[in-house]
Design a protein around this ligand. Structure first.
Ligand SMILES: *Cc1c(COP(=O)(O)O)cnc(C)c1O
Length: 431
């Protein structure tokens, strides 16, 4: 029997995995074109022709809208910023409650706080990790104004059920699609399923330009409000003659011309990069489904999943009681990091991010100043236990890994499978 690497045996894999390299000659040429033009940002922060940005930003917005089949795309400097302008645009006011997924990057819940609203966390679905429509319904009160759904790991949210709940209760839907570019619900792209959708162009996402984000909507009114908030709204509304002053305190969330030029090239590669991920995961799932302590997960019916990460469910009983942490540590010991991400070690983890309500900001109920505003005006609970499925997934069952990206060979994928197989087959060494 092989000795597990965690017990001093040979690793399954001794060389690093190739990096996820998506920046190439096309992006270099685009960036140089902008540098040579001498105009690194085309924005002006007043009601003038330059209010909507320079030529690269506007071209990116047109191309993005065309690709995703949506009327307006608004480029900003991050998906976090896109969530801010989206929350401001829909008119969130102090004390308004916004239902948010707890199993997501922290930024998904911060938009409401920026406008002094109250994030209310609803539980997630067992196999999909997206907001559960039943849990949303239980959280709706007369103060609820919106739902922020998150297509976590690239799995589209339950659009039919949640949009219907939103419509019935007069709520807006903001779709955090940072992890789901090119995911689909039926024939509609994820990101275009709610009132406003948000994409990320951060370095760690499917495609990137360093830092960047895009908000999309079919609504002329919401689009204009988002463009105002992006760029010093308070200084512009007067000259523009814009009358609704709700949330017209502006920011500077503008994307530069270089980032836009790079993002335009990245968009051309999106179909290929996403489809490689999907076929890698399909291959991995065909192998993982033979490992008794792992369960592969379904894609929502009629949907396309784009696998920002590859989620799996761990069955401790089938692994002779070995904890998930110990199992994952043993798998990590068999593998190697990816180039450019050496510091992270092998790219296999237990759980994703802690359920957001367990973070200090919610546990201590301190956001603005030191007296607990805006939480002190609300009795919304952030106690441990409010989202039991999310906690079960995070603390007991979910395993994620990142070995799914374009550029990995079949050999690379086979090494990942072999590491999980080897640990399972030698589970007695961990008992
Ligand atoms: C990455 C991410 C964000 C934030 O994106 P930035 O562009 O880094 O601001 C928001 N939500 C989710 C779900 C993410 O994964």
């Amino acid at each position: 029997m092989a000795v597990l690497a965690i017990n001093g045996g040979q690793k399954v894999r001794n060389s690093m995995f190739p990096a996820y390299r998506v920046i190439a000659d096309e992006e270099e040429r685009a960036a140089i074109r902008v540098l040579r033009s001498g105009i690194l940002s085309g924005y002006l922060g007043c009601w003038d022709e330059g209010f909507y940005g320079g030529s690269e930003v506007r071209a990116l917005e047109e191309e993005w809208a065309a690709h995703f089949g949506v009327k307006h795309a608004i480029a900003v400097n991050s998906a976090t910023s896109a969530l801010y302008i989206a929350t401001g645009a829909i008119g969130i006011s102090p004390g308004d409650e916004v239902i948010v997924s707890p199993y997501t990057m922290s930024a998904s819940a911060v938009g409401p706080l920026i406008y002094n609203g109250i994030p209310v966390f609803a539980d997630i679905e067992r196999d999909y990790f997206d907001l559960d429509p039943h849990s949303i319904e239980e959280r709706i009160t007369s103060n609820t104004k919106a739902i922020i759904v998150v297509n976590i790991f690239g799995q589209p949210y339950d659009m039919d059920s949640i949009n219907e709940i939103a419509q019935k209760n007069g709520l807006k839907v903001i779709e955090d699609n940072a992890q789901g570019p090119n995911a689909k619900y039926g024939d509609k792209f994820a990101g275009t399923l709610g009132d406003i959708g948000v994409f990320s162009l951060n370095y760690h996402k499917h495609i990137h330009c360093g830092e960047g984000g895009i908000a999309v909507t079919d609504s002329d009114e919401l689009a204009e409000r988002m463009r105002l908030i992006r760029n010093h709204a308070e200084a512009v509304v007067g000259d523009k003659g814009y009358k609704d002053l709700t949330n017209m305190i502006g920011f500077n969330l503008r994307m530069t011309e270089i980032e836009a030029s790079i993002a335009r090239e990245q968009l051309k590669k999106l179909d290929y990069l996403v489809d490689e991920r999907v076929s890698n995961v399909n291959y991995l799932n065909s192998k993982f489904s033979n490992i008794p302590c792992l369960r592969t997960l379904p894609v929502r019916s009629g949907c396309k999943h784009v696998y920002y990460m590859h989620p799996l469910i761990y069955n401790r009983t089938a692994a002779k009681g070995v904890t998930r942490k110990r199992f994952v540590e043993a798998v990590r010991a068999e593998l190697m990091p990816a180039e450019l991400r050496e510091a992270e070690g092998a790219l296999v983890s237990y759980g994703y991010v802690r359920p957001l309500y367990l973070e200090p900001i919610y546990q201590e109920r301190i956001a603005y100043g030191k007296d607990g505003y805006p939480f002190n005006n609300s009795n919304i609970s952030y106690a441990k236990g409010i989202c039991p499925i999310c906690e079960d997934m995070h603390f007991e069952k979910l395993i994620t890994h990142d070995y799914v990206y374009a550029g990995l060979t079949k050999n690379d994928l086979d090494d990942v499978v072999s590491a999980f197989e080897k640990v399972y087959e030698n589970i007695d060494e961990l008992v």
